[in-house]
Design a protein around this ligand. Structure first.
Ligand SMILES: Nc1ncnc2c1ncn2[C@@H]1O[C@H](COP(=O)(O)OP(=O)(O)OP(=O)(O)O)[C@@H](O)[C@H]1O
Ligand SMILES: [Mg+2]
Length: 313
């Protein structure tokens, strides 16, 4: 939370956006001017506050803004920051450019990272710099190439504008004090596997994960002893109905909890970073969910930094 940039990565549907929004809320409530950058064209986070998808930062709440990254839109917006407008108008119309943008996904990915970088490093006065930018990146595969591209392009593009920009971005991504690469996962086997792979993939770029969020962990409401006790009650009092059904629900919850704990321990052992549990808030969505998660995370993420790494209870 003390960094300038958090890049949120994870398999599709694990709750990247929910955790991003919760962290952003927490950061904004602690008085940091916070920008969420959404790669998702549906802009679910801005949408939760009733904001429409916008390529410019849009204020959602005090200290909290959001903007969206488009593929080609952000390329053109970004190019207009680094090159003269008249030149660009001609470029954008040219067929070669159109072909290039569609044929070379690396260009799109590099410029998306370029836009993120720009919001952090090149925001022009009178606009104040953001204290924290949280990037809700695309799902794992594309996000990984987004992170790899600046490293590859930094070498390939040599001493050109693109090469220098790529190296600047790679330097920021590698700076553990300024940039945190964060994984979001659930206990689901595939999500855990992708998270371990992610740790490995960023490791190859000599980047260490800053944290992992273990989302949708269920609260331990029952123990095996509760089930035994309920069974005894039912034996003693034949009028008690539904005890067997309740016991089955409790057994299901215990099984899920056991699976959660195994996955959590695996992540803690195999990842070189703190793992933070985020509880399942069944039935909540949008701002209500984000607010709920933010309140819970406040205790896990002290303002002075450092991660809670307590095992699930
Ligand atoms: N801790 C939670 N408790 C309850 N519901 C949650 C929690 N986290 C996420 N959800 C719900 O799960 C769904 C997926 O979450 P979210 O959209 O944040 O995932 P995502 O990883 O951003 O998905 P995508 O890959 O589509 O961008 C949403 O309906 C969200 O409200
Ligand atoms: Mg999302």
């Amino acid at each position: 939370m003390r960094r300038r940039l958090l890049v949120m990565l994870g398999k599709g549907g694990v709750g990247r956006s929910a955790v991003t929004a919760a962290l952003a809320l927490l950061s904004s409530r602690r008085g940091q001017s916070t920008l969420v950058i959404e790669a998702d064209p549906r802009a679910p986070i801005a949408g939760a506050w009733g904001g429409r998808p916008s390529f410019e930062p849009l204020e959602l709440a005090p200290n909290l803004s959001a903007m969206m990254l488009g593929g080609q839109e952000s390329l053109e917006q970004y190019l207009s920051i680094v090159a003269p407008r008249a030149v660009l108008r001609a470029v954008f119309r040219s067929r070669i450019y159109q072909y290039f943008v569609h044929a070379a996904p690396a260009v799109r990915e590099l410029t998306m990272m370029g836009k993120v970088f720009h919001e952090i490093e090149r925001r022009e006065a009178p606009l104040k710099p953001w204290d924290l930018v949280i990037f809700d990146a695309p799902a794992s595969g594309q996000a990984l190439s987004m992170i790899r591209t600046p490293f590859a392009a930094g070498g390939a593009f040599g001493d050109s504008v693109a090469g220098r920009e790529a190296r600047n971005i790679a330097t920021l991504l590698s700076d553990f004090a300024r940039c945190g690469i964060v994984a979001v996962t659930t206990a689901e086997t595939l999500a855990v596997a992708e998270t371990l792979e992610l740790g490995h993939a960023v490791g190859e770029l000599e980047i260490r994960l800053a944290a992992a969020f273990f989302n949708r962990a269920i609260d331990a409401r029952f123990t095996a002893a509760d089930i035994v006790r309920a069974g005894r009650l039912a034996e003693r009092d034949a009028a008690l109905g539904g005890v067997e059904d309740l016991a089955e629900i409790a057994r299901g919850a215990i099984r899920r909890r056991t699976r959660d704990r195994r996955a959590f321990e695996l992540l803690r052992r195999r990842l070189d970073c703190g793992v933070v549990e985020v509880a399942e808030r069944r039935g909540a969505a949008g701002i209500e969910l984000y607010d709920n998660l933010a309140r819970r995370l406040a205790a896990e993420l002290p303002p002075e930094g450092g991660l809670g790494t307590a095992a699930p209870g």
